[in-house]
Design a protein around this ligand. Structure first.
Ligand SMILES: Nc1ncnc2c1ncn2[C@@H]1O[C@H](COP(=O)(O)OP(=O)(O)O)[C@@H](O)[C@H]1O
Ligand SMILES: [Mg+2]
Length: 316
C-alpha cells in the first residue's frame, strides 16, 4: 500500500499498563476512504488502540503513522482527526449549541457548520437547553457532531451507536459514508455486529490485545473454517438420489468449506437440476465468535495469557 493512500499504519504496536499487555504487536493499515470496524470483547484493547492512533497514549513498542506523519518522530503539523470517546461526558451547564460552538472555535470551524450539524442531527429543539437535561442518545448525537465538525481526514469513533435509536444509528452510518466518499478514513469500535456488517470495508477482530483477524468480509470468509450452509428442500430424498451430496449432508442441510461452495453449487444446478436452494454464508457475528470463543474457553480453563515480552519503559 503506498504511503499517501494510507491513513493509518501500525507496525508491531505494543503497550502495557503495568503487568497487563493491553496491546501486543498489533499491525494494521487503513486506506483513505475506508471504514474499518474495530471489534473485540470488553478489554480487548480497542479503546487503547484508538488512543494510540490519536497520540494520547505513547506505545512502548512499534511504529504509528497517521495521515503521513510518524507519531514516533513527533507531529510536524496539526492533523485533522475527529474523535468520539467512549462514554463521553460534557460540562452540563452548557447548552448543546454552546458546546458545539466551543469545539468549533477550537477547531477553527464557523458557526454556520454548527447550525447545520445541529439541524442534521435533529437537535434543533434542544439546542438552547443545558446539557444536564439531554438524554444519553442526545448527548451521543452531540458527541458525534463534534467529532465530524472539522470534516476530518481521519475519524475515530469509540462505540458511537451506544444509546442511539435505530434511525439515529442509520443516520450516523449515512453521514460516515458521505465522509468516506470524500476520502476520510473511519475507524468504528462497536459490539453491534449486525449494524456494522453492511457498512464496513475492513474489519479487525481483537482479542486480549492482539489482532486475531483483519480483512474485508470476503477475505475473512476465505480464511474462516466455518462451513457455508446450503438449504435444499426435501433434502433427504435428493441426497438418496444423488449420492455425491451425502458427503456434504449434515443435520438436515448441505455444509461445505467456503472454497468448495462454487463446485457444489455447480453440481446442484447442472447434475441434479436443483435450483431451489438457499446459500447461507457465515456472517460477521459467526466470524467474530469463531475467533473469540477459543480465547474465552482457554481463559476459563485457566490458561494464562502470555504477557508482553518487550521491555517496559518505566514512565514512558
Ligand atoms: N489507563 C489504564 N490503566 C490501566 N489499565 C487500563 C487503562 N486503560 C485500559 N486498561 C486496561 O487495558 C485493557 C484494554 O482496555 P481497553 O482498550 O479499554 O479495551 P476495550 O476498549 O477493547 O474494551 C483492559 O484490560 C483495561 O482494563
Ligand atoms: Mg473500549
Amino acid at each position: 500500500m503506498s504511503n499517501e493512500n494510507c491513513a493509518v499504519s501500525l507496525a508491531n504496536v505494543s503497550h502495557q499498563f503495568g503487568d497487563l499487555a493491553a496491546l501486543t504487536e498489533v499491525n494494521c493499515q487503513i486506506k483513505a476512504g475506508q471504514l474499518l470496524a474495530l471489534l473485540g470483547h470488553n478489554g480487548a484493547g480497542k479503546s487503547t488502540l484508538l488512543k494510540v492512533i490519536l497520540g494520547l497514549i505513547k506505545p512502548h513498542h512499534g511504529q504509528v503513522t497517521v495521515l503521513g506523519q510518524s507519531l514516533h518522530l513527533g507531529r510536524k503539523q496539526p492533523l485533522n482527526i475527529g474523535y468520539l470517546p467512549e462514554n463521553i461526558t460534557f460540562y452540563d451547564k452548557l447548552t448543546g449549541y454552546e458546546l458545539l460552538c466551543y469545539f468549533a472555535a477550537l477547531k477553527g470551524v464557523g458557526k454556520v457548520r454548527v447550525k447545520r450539524l445541529i439541524e442534521e442531527f435533529g437537535l434543533e429543539y434542544a439546542q438552547h437547553k443545558p446539557l444536564k437535561g439531554y438524554s444519553k442518545g442526545m448527548k451521543q448525537r452531540l458527541g458525534i457532531a463534534q467529532a465530524i465538525l472539522s470534516e476530518p481526514q481521519l475519524l475515530l469513533l469509540d462505540e458511537p451507536t451506544v444509546g442511539l435509536d435505530p434511525q439515529a444509528s442509520e443516520f450516523l452510518y449515512q453521514k460516515i459514508r458521505t465522509l468516506t466518499e470524500l476520502g476520510c478514513a473511519v475507524m468504528v469500535s462497536t459490539h453491534e455486529l449486525n449494524l456494522i456488517e453492511p457498512q464496513l470495508d475492513v474489519a479487525m477482530i481483537m482479542g486480549q490485545g492482539r489482532k486475531l483477524a483483519f480483512g474485508s468480509m470476503a477475505q475473512l470468509l476465505q480464511r474462516s473454517s466455518l462451513p457455508v450452509i446450503i438449504k435444499v428442500p426435501d433434502i433427504v430424498r435428493r441426497v438418496t438420489r444423488y449420492g455425491y451430496l451425502a458427503e456434504f449432508y449434515h443435520d438436515g442441510v448441505l455444509q461445505c468449506p467456503i472454497s468448495q461452495t462454487e463446485s457444489l453449487v455447480e453440481y446442484l444446478t447442472t447434475e441434479c437440476q436443483i435450483f431451489d436452494f438457499v446459500i447461507e454464508k457465515p456472517g460477521l457475528a459467526a466470524l467474530y465468535h469463531e475467533k473469540i470463543t477459543p480465547l474465552q474457553q482457554a481463559s476459563s480453563e485457566g490458561i494464562a495469557f502470555q504477557p508482553l515480552q518487550h521491555p517496559v519503559l518505566v514512565g514512558a
